[in-house]
Design a protein around this ligand. Structure first.
Ligand code: HEM
Ligand SMILES: [Ca+2]
Length: 302
């Protein structure tokens, strides 16, 4: 029973506090918005949106899972939590902070505003093995669709949510197979536009630094817009998983639905669909009522 304004009586300033903390952090680094958006996705896909990703209890913590590599933004969540505890101790869940911060990050990147449902409770488990099923850049489109379906998300949701890659960067680590070892014959993925390929290989040379980073939305990596979908249509997707969205009938038609010649007049916009899909993602396996807990610190169990 999530609802908009869950903290209206118990912590009326909660949403403003999160927004201010996110805003300050984002003012000092352009990477903060993408970090926070990705964090919410990774939280929701393992054990639901319940803050399991935030726990740091030694070597078995979920955070250390292979599929969570590169996640950041934890300090921003912890900072917001500390400020919230000072005003309304024991009231606002870490899971809700993550959901609110993702929305605020989208807005800061010029994306759509939407009302975030709140009332999530924090989970009581965190284990690496629980993250074994995270979607992976190397997954086939069939596998990606299945992994989303298992979370109640459709092929269209997969497309719309993947378009979150309209902001942010990827480590070359995730590009190696696509550029140098693409199945079945090795070499580079033939679906990469010939103009894009040298751009990718110059930032991510063979046997180069796997930590070097590339914008995932060529030409528009810091602004929330539909350029990522245009890029996917024209062979300019950077991630292999994004390229695969144009290689399957259901996902391709979802991409194309935003560009048909009637698209400007018919149906919802990409931005509206994105907001709706984020709200849907934010409901995955949530704990509410007397389930779970409200953590005092996001990185540790009470
Ligand atoms: C379809 C499955 C998905 C796959 C395989 C995937 C994969 C990736 C990879 C490999 C990166 C680069 C990570 C790094 O090097 O730090 C990335 C970044 C990112 N992902 Fe996804 N992703 C998927 C879906 C999503 C969804 C559903 C969202 C949010 C709604 C999302 C939001 C982001 C954001 C914002 C970044 C940029 C992070 C940054 O700049 O630090 N992704 N994703
Ligand atoms: Ca989780």
């Amino acid at each position: 029973q999530l609802r908009v304004g869950f903290y209206g009586n118990t912590c009326p300033d909660a949403e403003n506090i999160v927004r201010d903390v996110v805003g300050e952090a984002a003012a000092s680094s352009k990477d903060v918005a993408p970090h926070l958006l990705r964090l919410h996705f990774h939280d929701c896909f393992v054990e639901g949106c319940e803050g399991s990703i935030l726990i740091q209890n030694g070597t078995t913590a979920e955070k250390g899972a292979f599929g969570h590599q590169g996640l950041q933004g934890f300090d921003v969540i912890e900072n917001a939590k500390a400020q919230l505890e000072a005003v309304c101790p024991g009231v606002v869940s870490c899971a809700d902070i993550v959901a609110l911060a993702a929305r605020d990050a989208i807005v800061l990147a010029n994306g759509p505003f939407y009302q975030v449902e709140t009332g999530r409770r924090d989970g009581l488990v965190s284990d690496k093995s629980l993250a074994d099923n995270m979607p992976d850049v190397g997954d086939s489109i069939q596998v990606l669709k299945t992994k989303f379906q298992q979370k109640g998300l459709t092929a269209k949701d997969l497309v719309v949510l993947s378009a979150a890659h309209t902001i942010g960067t990827t480590a070359c680590f995730f590009m190696t197979n696509r550029l140098y070892n693409f199945p079945p014959n090795g070499g580079s993925d033939p679906s990469i536009d010939p103009q894009l390929l040298p751009e990718l290989t110059s930032t991510c040379p063979k046997n180069g630094d796997v930590n070097a980073r590339l914008p995932m939305d060529r030409g528009s990596g810091q602004t929330f817009d539909d350029q990522i979908l245009r890029n996917i249509r024209s062979g300019f997707a950077v991630l292999r998983s994004d390229a695969s969205l144009y290689e399957d009938e259901a996902t391709r038609s979802a991409v194309d639905s935003y560009f048909g010649f009637l698209a400007p007049f018919l149906g919802p916009s990409f931005e509206q669909d994105f907001a709706a899909a984020m709200i849907k993602m934010g409901r995955i396996e949530v704990k509410t009522g007397s389930q779970g807990t409200i953590r005092r610190v996001c990185s540790a169990f009470n």
